[in-house]
Design a protein around this ligand. Structure first.
Ligand SMILES: Nc1ncnc2c1ncn2[C@@H]1O[C@H](COP(=O)(O)OP(=O)(O)OP(=O)(O)O)[C@@H](O)[C@H]1O
Ligand SMILES: [Mg+2]
Length: 273
């Protein structure tokens, strides 16, 4: 069964689609089967970041509303056999999609892929509610500015309300000199402004900007610090996932233990009758 991550942000332009594309490409480089789904309905970008814009025939709206089968909307990346994307619909009026549509899509994709990465629209409105509906975990992408951090906190609270307990932060577009000079908040302060664990810090780098424009995920250039950075982010996510699974198992054991104790107690009562 695959794992579903939704990539969210409060403010627009923080780097969600860049993170979705490069996280997906890194997971695929490591041999996982991956699908990245553009649920920023009305503002399709993901296909461009992979240079696959001419391949989108059916989109995620068509899949969710039953116009086509999933396999008709899956677009295979030219560089990786095990990496697919599903494009968003470029039209804006998608008010008839419900969280249930997204949940059903995620359940079907889980059987086919190790990882599903959902690129959500920015903000906390219905678009996020639909995009997050089938997700197990969320990654909130923010930049190191007070306004973006406050909005990231608001998104975090919304995701918690939506029932996503596993949530992480990626800090993007960091300019190290500004941070060390104290012109933008430092990491320690940032960790007091947003609650989830910080699993990645990505520098502002024009090569990232160039790569998204060229439609080539930057992690495909091997041996760079950016590729290593994304590999570290994946390792941290996987370690956090293992910890979360262990905690869930421990909870389940406690519940089973409690149920056994309750059962034993009621058995004892029965015995006493
Ligand atoms: N670390 C970075 N360094 C330099 N440029 C970056 C970085 N991350 C993203 N960008 C650039 O910032 C722009 C916005 O990035 P992106 O499209 O990923 O943001 P987004 O959060 O998906 O935006 P939207 O809210 O519009 O969907 C793009 O031009 C991208 O190339
Ligand atoms: Mg985007």
């Amino acid at each position: 069964m695959g794992k579903v991550y939704v990539i969210a942000s409060g403010k627009g332009g923080t780097g969600k689609t860049m993170v979705a594309a490069n996280l997906g490409a890194t997971l695929a480089q490591q041999g996982n089967s991956v699908v990245i789904v553009d649920m920023d309905l009305g503002l399709r970008n993901l296909d461009l970041y992979f240079g696959l814009e001419s391949h989108v025939v059916y989109d995620v709206y068509d899949v969710m509303t039953g116009v086509c089968h999933i396999k008709q909307a899956l677009i295979k990346d030219r560089r990786f056999e095990n990496l697919h994307i599903i494009g968003a619909s470029p039209e804006r009026d998608k008010g008839d999609l419900t969280p249930l549509h997204a949940r059903v899509l995620c359940e079907k994709l889980r059987d086919q892929f190790d990882y599903m990465i959902i690129d959500a629209p920015s903000g906390i409105d219905d678009g996020l509610v639909v995009a997050a509906a089938g997700a197990d975990a969320a990654i909130i992408v923010t930049t190191p500015e007070y306004a973006a951090l406050r909005d990231a906190d608001i998104v975090d609270r919304q995701l918690q309300k939506l029932g996503i307990s596993e949530r992480y932060i990626i800090l993007n577009k960091v300019i190290a000199e500004l941070m060390s000079a104290g012109y933008i908040p430092r990491l320690r302060e940032i960790s007091t402004l947003v609650r989830p664990e910080l699993i990645g810090v990505i520098q502002n780098d024009e090569n990232i900007n160039i790569s998204t424009n060229l439609g080539i995920p930057i992690v495909l250039k091997t041996g760079t610090y950016i590729q290593a950075n994304f590999q570290h982010i994946v390792s941290r996510l996987q370690a956090a996932e293992a910890e979360a699974d262990a905690a869930a198992d421990a909870d389940a054991e406690v519940e089973v233990g409690a149920a056994t104790a309750a059962g034993a107690a009621s058995d004892a009562e029965v015995g006493a009758e």
